[in-house]
Design a binder for this molecule. Sequence first.
Ligand SMILES: CC(=O)SCCNC(=O)CCNC(=O)[C@H](O)C(C)(C)COP(=O)(O)OP(=O)(O)OC[C@H]1O[C@@H](n2cnc3c(N)ncnc32)[C@H](O)[C@@H]1OP(=O)(O)O
Length: 199
Amino acid sequence: MGARKVSSDEYLFDPDLLKNLDWGSVINCLNPPITNETPGEPWLLVRPLCISDYNKGYVQILSQLTTVGNVSKTDFERQFMNMRKAGGYYITVIEDTRINRIIGASSLITEFKIIHNCGIRGRLEDVVVNNTYRGKQLGKLIVLTVSLLAKKLGCYKMSLDCKDSLIPFYKSIGYKLEPGNANSMITRYEETSKPVDPS
Ligand SMILES: CC(=O)SCCNC(=O)CCNC(=O)[C@H](O)C(C)(C)COP(=O)(O)OP(=O)(O)OC[C@H]1O[C@@H](n2cnc3c(N)ncnc32)[C@H](O)[C@@H]1OP(=O)(O)O
């Protein structure tokens, strides 16, 4: 079955931003070397999230990461449009084009700052690889892709929160625990099904 051509307005962000990332700077992290543009198999495609990815299992794969809730196609599309309108959301996915399914995902969220000369910082969120595809470097590939995108966009830093067991995974691709500055603190609020509409 031929892949349907995706029109640019279906993407969350401009797919050209994923071209020519600085893979030379992380060459030692992947063996054999792969990149988002040459992911090692002709049927692997690394690209921005599309509004049609609800039908390709993006929401289902997130349930391997955390509680997703009951997200309908309409809910997904509304939130996708909220993200695109807000800007700064760079959700990137890996598709297995043989079966038209999303098999990996990672999010870069950028934040405008006044500090650091009105800089931009990045946050890494919602990293997941489908359990039947793990252990093949796809986790490293999808995290490095959005990390290099953060660098390309001019972020002065990128940070993440993770379970202790994942510290070696992130260390293997260049993330560090900074002495005296490696705590993650949380206050949780009751989840609401009707968050305030940003518009
Ligand atoms: C910022 C965040 O979003 S943190 C949340 C991360 N996501 C999750 O925990 C969701 C469930 N887990 C997953 O989806 C996957 O296990 C991922 C994304 C963490 C890793 O995906 P994979 O495709 O398996 O990663 P990859 O093949 O690149 O593995 C790289 C290395 O990390 C190690 N690793 C992978 N997952 C784990 C884990 N859960 N615990 C400990 N080590 C791990 C692997 O053993 C491998 O080590 P090696 O290179 O020494 O052999």
